[in-house]
Design a protein around this ligand. Structure first.
Ligand code: LLP
Length: 421
């Protein structure tokens, strides 16, 4: 058992290994910064959900936004996942990765007309509709195309997920979903609109949840509504409880999928609806790390800085949420241990990856930022005209370059100067 949050990461005499691959060798081969993922770790994470759901009418819709690399999507598809998407771009990725539109659910408050048409043409499984205005638009477009749009209303259950305010989504004050009190009226209305087929109900209360109680509370509210709807002759076929299960970054002790799901499955006993889930972070977060090299050490009177070749454009979570990612040296060094601010080359004081970490490291050494598989690469940018990192999948002793490092010229392709006059 690994002592790291990434179960397939371990130490050998030659330094850190992910599965059977030395991170130092990997850095030589692919350069840095590079995101590295473990096929085994993501498979184990997915299978833990599958095992917990065995014997139940249930399906997992992997949240594409957490990591949308085609190889990752393809692996999850082969494991039997459906997909939760939030844009036409994500739908295109799922299809390009060999995924089946029939197991795609489409969430998000701002679906454009073009995205609705694209999803209807592809034949997705369900639109998670987030407002009355969206419902009207979807009914009109589906009718115009001669199609029937399967829908669920995303209902905001108004429970506090007790997580970071930027990633809690199920409170009344959030922009997400239809207010709980308005859901019934909107379902009645949906039942009268052309071009729609009412299929289910959805909610998602937040991310990095470490306590199963809030989602169980949300489920109680949702199930009450489902029964009320059935009483009115609007039966539902599936109940989507969203994603949100947290992971260990530092010393958190999140429930296992089985522990998280137990109170939910108990509530579904004897019911016929399918339970749908949209996990992202808990499937891929601890299957990935960001490999970076120290450019300079910069001792100071107040703080010592380790300037690395990855930056906030590669991993935005520390700057954006003050998120913690464990930082480990890839090889043992005999230099003295110091406390460092781990910072990138970007011209912003907010460009930090970690604060106040004890490291024995020298310039040129490699560091790994752990638990970076989810919301790492997908939130990266080109700020400071920095090419985005490469991505590599490790599979036993083999490695696959699953995304090439961007080239500088890629960054201004499509830009044009004005005419000289
Ligand atoms: N379903 C819906 C409708 C969502 O909005 C989300 C995440 C998920 C599923 C997946 O949640 P997960 O299982 O990954 O917690 N960028 C932030 C996280 C934002 C989450 C947004 N919605 C971070 O880096 O922590």
């Amino acid at each position: 058992m690994s002592t790291y949050p990434i179960s397939t990461l371990h130490e050998e005499a030659a330094g850190l290994y992910l599965e059977g691959v030395s991170l130092a060798t990997l850095a030589e081969q692919y350069g840095t910064p590079t995101y590295v993922y473990s096929r085994e770790a993501l498979t184990v994470a997915f299978n833990a959900y599958q095992a917990a759901l065995k014997g139940h009418r249930a399906r997992i819709f992997y949240a594409v936004k957490s990591n949308s690399n085609l190889a990752v999507l393809n692996l999850f598809s082969r494991l039997g996942a459906g997909f939760d998407i939030v844009s036409g771009g994500e739908l295109a990725r799922v299809l390009a990765a060999g995924g089946d539109a029939g197991v795609v659910v489409f969430s998000g408050v701002g679906k454009s007309e073009a995205e609705m048409r694209q999803a209807l043409r592809a034949g997705i499984r369900c639109f998670n509709v987030e407002s009355a205005a969206e419902l009207n638009r979807l009914a009109a477009i589906a009718s115009d195309m001669g199609k029937i749009a399967p829908i669920a209303l995303r209902v905001n259950p108004d429970v506090d997920p007790k997580t970071h305010p930027y990633i809690s989504t199920g409170l009344r004050s959030n922009k997400f979903g239809v207010a709980f009190d308005e859901a019934l009226t909107l379902y009645r209305r949906a039942a009268t609109l052309p071009g729609l087929r009412i299929s289910g109900i959805a909610c998602h209360i937040g991310s990095q949840l470490l306590d199963p109680a809030p989602i169980a509370e949300a489920a109680d509210k949702i199930l009450g509504l489902v029964d009320q709807l059935a009483g009115e002759g609007i039966p539902l076929d599936h109940i989507d409880l969203g994603g949100g299960l947290g992971i260990r970054y530092k010393d958190e002790t999140p429930p296992t999928p089985a522990e998280y799901l137990a109170p939910l499955l108990a509530r579904f006993a004897g019911r016929s609806e399918e339970i749908s889930l949209e996990p992202g972070r808990s499937l891929i977060g601890n299957a990935g790390l960001l490999l970076t090299r120290i450019e300079y050490l910069k001792p100071g009177s107040e703080k010592n800085f380790a300037v690395v070749d990855a930056a906030m454009n590669d991993l935005a979570r520390p700057a954006l949420y003050d998120a913690f990612h464990e930082v480990v040296t890839v090889s043992r060094s005999d230099t003295a241990t110091q406390r460092y601010e781990i910072v990138g080359p970007i011209c912003e004081s907010g460009d930090f990856l970690a604060h106040d970490r004890e490291l024995a490291a020298a310039p040129g050494d490699l560091l790994a930022l752990l638990s970076a598989g989810a919301y790492g690469m997908t939130m990266s940018s080109n700020y400071n005209t920095r090419p985005r990192a490469a991505e590599v999948m490790v599979d036993g002793t083999r490695t696959w370059l699953i995304r090439e490092r961007e080239q500088i010229a890629d960054l201004y392709r499509g830009e044009h100067m004005m005419n000289a006059d």
